[in-house]
Design a protein around this ligand. Structure first.
Ligand code: FMN
Length: 395
């Protein structure tokens, strides 16, 4: 069964829905863990009022029995508590009336999907666009991603993420830091930083920016450890797993750049400082003495940690709005202001981590028998051994 997933739901609609097809049967899913991830997505300095309204909790209405996956599509939902305030305006079935269409959006925000989305789908009310292009949808992607992280844990794969830059201020992750240290450090502050000495300056920057009616972006890093070597393929461009991961990360709202390993910085260095020397130990197999290439060669995982950095643009909704055109009058106007974050770099780190988890599960389910968990785990374990053996054909 091919692994695939779909999400549905509007930001102020009744609920978000996610359907995952192709998960192995026999996986015990810890819903508390999913809910912890959802709570994590809601935290972070610089968020707006919406996060105080929502207390996201996942519900399951298909594909699970007594907490264990059946192999049938897994259906996850998250209620939008804010829908209570929007039940008339966002009513899925009540026909449009003069009273439930009062909050029409006609002044598209530069940087959001409003203008082009409205033109493309023929929506005179841009609410029909922004309700779906809103990053509220990333809540259900995090729920799906957390289920995927639970499957990855079954085969020893762990992921973590950190914020490494907010606006111009940087907080890099030291290369020698373990994943456990990274997780502990980022959980201990409201900016998901590994270096708490940078907190005060970044808080101050966010406060100043909010007061100025402006917004900030930044960068995040995601690390996936213990991924078996040989996922993805060099044989055709569309089989390269690094390319698929880059597409999934770019598919997160507001992400404008993706780097694998040293990424753009590698372009400035000689090859001797970028390629990762190979070693072999009969007991532990192949290894590398560095990881500049972020766990990929030829579109295939090398077995070294996958390291992905993503750049997020500043939030497009500005409380001091930019110039736009009112589509009712076609006259110059100030852009619509929708309740918004000053920066969403903290949740973005988690969302990027979760879409990476989803793509790793997709790659594993494509490579190994994935109808049920026991055979899946055995197959991954056997593959790890095969990839670390010495010369083929030797007795
Ligand atoms: C977690 C998260 C939260 C976001 N919050 C907001 C927000 O409050 N206001 C806003 O205008 N954009 C927000 N964005 C960004 C928009 O969703 C995004 O810019 C928009 O959908 C246009 O897509 P694009 O930036 O990928 O071109 C957020 C993005 C993420 C990942």
């Amino acid at each position: 069964m091919t692994f695939t997933y779909l999400t549905a739901g509007e930001s102020h609609g009744p609920q978000l829905t996610g359907i995952i097809e192709g998960l192995p049967a026999g996986l015990t899913i810890d819903l508390d863990q999913v809910n912890t991830a959802l709570a994590d997505r809601q935290r972070g300095y610089g968020r707006g009022h919406r996060q105080q309204i929502e207390h996201d909790r996942v519900q399951v209405c298909g594909g699970l029995r007594h907490g264990v996956t059946l192999g049938s599509p897994l259906v996850l939902t998250i209620k939008n508590r804010d829908h209570a305030h929007w039940s008339e305006i966002m009513a899925p079935t009540t026909p449009a009336t003069p009273t439930n269409t009062t909050r029409k959006v006609t002044r598209p925000r530069p940087g959001h999907a409003d203008l082009v989305g409205g033109r493309k789908y023929g929506h005179a009310d841009l609410r029909n666009v922004l309700e779906r292009s809103s990053a509220r949808e990333t809540a259900i992607r995090v729920a799906i991603g957390n289920v995927c992280e639970q499957l990855l844990a079954q085969v020893g794969i762990q992921l973590a993420s950190a914020v490494t830059q907010v606006g111009p201020l940087t907080a890099p992750v030291p290369t020698e830091m373990t994943l456990a240290e990274l997780k502990a450090a980022t959980a201990a502050n409201d900016l998901r930083l590994v270096d708490p000495t940078k907190l005060a300056a970044i808080h101050q920057l966010i406060d100043q920016t909010r007061r100025a009616g402006d917004t900030l972006g930044g960068t995040v890093v995601v690390i996936a450890e213990n991924v078996p070597a040989g996922l993805g393929s060099y044989t055709s461009w569309d089989t390269k797993l690094d390319a698929k991961l880059a597409a999934a990360v770019m598919g997160v709202n507001a992400i404008k750049g993706v780097e694998i390993g040293d990424g753009f910085a590698a372009a400035a260095r000689p090859g001797s400082q970028v390629m990762d020397p190979i070693t072999f130990d009969p007991a532990t197999g192949f290894a590398r003495t560095s990881n500049h290439l972020g766990g990929f060669e030829g579109g295939m995982t090398t077995g070294m940690p996958i390291v992905i950095t993503a750049a997020m643009k500043p939030i497009p909704t500005l409380y001091h709005p930019l110039a736009t055109v009112d589509l009712m009058t076609m006259q110059p106007a100030k852009a619509n202001v929708e309740r918004s974050d000053t920066t969403a770099i903290v949740p973005a780190a988690l969302v990027v981590e979760n879409v990476v988890a989803i793509e790793l599960v997709r790659a594993l389910c494509a490579a190994f028998p994935s109808d049920e968990l026991t055979l899946f785990k055995k197959s991954v374990a056997a593959w790890r051994e095969r990839m670390n053996e010495g010369r083929d054909g030797d007795d």
